[in-house]
Design a protein around this ligand. Structure first.
Ligand SMILES: [Zn+2]
Length: 374
């Protein structure tokens, strides 16, 4: 088990969280509070009952409670409270930059205005930025079980908020919800349209459950065209999850070559049975293959932990050591869109923290991987 000293070390590592769904940060206490405030009936009598309902056993059970939870978000203030609570958790876990997905269709399809959603989320983010010195950006996600046409309509709703980049910080689009049967290419045109609208920091959930070929499709969609590559500062290509890419060696080679960032979510993978056991998690193979893996919480209220818990579950299983934790944090800071000076500062902090660790034993000479005893 990780010692308290090790957990504290991980908490102190400056980290960027690149993959978190704001609707997935709804804790049972807030769900109950908002249901009371908005006078919405939910089939639970207490916070404990809501918490018990969060113990789902498969993807469909999860999606059912996830959408039911999102249904109690009615007003701007609810979205504010949701995001404010997330930032509290993130800051306590050493997150210095958050790239947050939100699902407008989950709300606008039940009559909530896009404005209420974005104003609440963004106001909370600015307050958190001031309070915790955390930077943020938002990614407008499309529900991939719906049509591409619906995604186009949703994207149009974002348009009035794109001019004020400094305030709203909507930087890209993403694809989430049920992956299998809804391949990336289904949304190729709407993502191209987003790029035309200057939304360039896009990413696609791929090969979480779906086949490696979904990653190939996603790369084709996300790779900047040759002309753009020359004229603009290159942003990293981001694939959300990417677990099953490891089944395809040629694909792994091209992910390494292009420096593609993978936003990996261990507790999510465990809870949704993407891996049957944490010792079977692909993170070790990703790191050994030199891929730019990062650690993220996905839907922390539902999957049993925020970002530090996601590092700790891997450390506990001896899948990673503390030097790997530094590498994973470094990958996240490098991939984030924070300003140059801020980035350099945190990379220096990470270097100092890495230098403070015991060295890895030489292969064959025995000894323990870098761990801290308390
Ligand atoms: Zn996700």
């Amino acid at each position: 088990m990780a010692t308290q000293e090790e957990i504290d070390f991980i908490r102190r590592l400056p980290k960027a969280e690149l993959h978190v769904h704001i609707e997935g940060t709804l804790e049972p206490e807030l769900m109950f509070k908002l249901a009371e405030r908005n006078k919405i009936e939910i089939p639970y009598k207490s916070v404990e009952e809501v918490r018990a309902a969060y113990q789902f056993s498969n993807l469909q059970d999860f999606l059912d409670i996830y959408y039911a939870g999102a249904g109690i978000l009615q007003k701007e203030q609810g979205f504010y409270d949701l995001a404010a609570e997330y930032f509290e958790h993130a800051a306590a876990d050493g997150v210095v930059d958050s790239r947050i997905f939100f699902d407008p269709q989950t709300h606008t399809d039940r009559g909530i205005s896009y404005d209420a959603v974005i104003q609440g989320l963004v106001r909370a983010a600015h307050d958190a930025a001031e309070k915790f010195d955390i930077t943020f950006s938002y990614v407008h996600s499309f529900l991939r079980h719906l049509t591409e046409e619906a995604a186009f309509e949703s994207l149009a709703m974002a348009e009035p908020y794109l001019d004020d980049k400094d305030f709203y910080r909507i930087v890209g689009v993403g694809l989430d919800s049920s992956e299998v049967g809804n391949p990336p290419k289904k949304f190729a045109r709407v993502i191209a349209k987003a790029v035309e609208m200057d939304l360039e920091e896009n990413s696609i959930h791929a090969a979480e459950e779906g086949p490696p070929k979904y990653v190939r499709q996603a790369l084709k969609i996300l790779k900047p065209k040759k002309a753009d590559r020359k004229s603009k500062t290159l942003k990293p290509i981001i694939i959300d999850h990417g677990n099953r890419a490891m089944e395809d060696p040629a694909l792994v080679a091209s992910l390494r070559e292009d420096g593609v960032v993978l936003t990996v979510c261990p507790l999510s993978n465990l809870k949704l049975r993407v891996v049957t056991d944490i010792s079977k998690h692909p993170i070790r193979k990703m790191l050994d293959a030199g891929l730019k893996a990062t650690i993220n919480s996905d839907d922390p209220a539902y999957f049993g932990g925020y970002i530090v818990d996601n590092f700790v579950v891997l450390l506990d299983a001896d899948e990673i050591d503390l030097r790997d934790c530094v590498t994973l944090a470094r990958n996240s800071i490098e991939a984030s869109n924070m300003g140059h000076n801020r980035k350099m500062h945190y990379l220096d902090v990470l270097q100092e923290m890495e230098d403070s660790l015991p060295l890895r034993p030489v292969a064959g000479a025995g000894g323990q991987a870098p761990r801290l005893q308390s």
